[in-house]
Design a protein around this ligand. Sequence first.
Ligand code: RB5
Length: 142
Amino acid sequence: MIVIGSDHGGFTLKEALKKHLTARGLEFVDVGTYSEASCDYPDIAAALCAKILSGECDKGLLLCGTGIGISMAANRHKGIRAACVSDYFSAKYTRLHNDANVLCMGGRVVGEGLACELADVFLDTEFEGGRHQRRVDKLDTL
Ligand code: RB5
């Protein structure tokens, strides 16, 4: 199960991504925000991370204006590996090498078409494991 969330800066992109996920037949939970009214991205990040850390969801898509603030907030939660990306290579390799479980993007940075492609490669790429597992494990000891 996928979980998706955004602040007001990522709201429009969140709605576009929801349509894309639905078209792909993928199920998701939306933790808000539910309008363009101003809200605080740490609150949305916390709601999304809770869904992953409880095991209800396994991957998350998080949006804010830049993708940066909400990725900073998500990475404060132990067990969350959030990557803020705006290019295809990074979206792919953060799965292959970092086992990222949250993809962050900026609604004021990436267009809807690119965001859908980035979400697709993130959701469809498996972690390589091997030597990368040791490195990922060290993240939780920091
Ligand atoms: C909200 O205006 C904006 O600061 C927020 O969406 C995000 O870009 C923060 O990193």
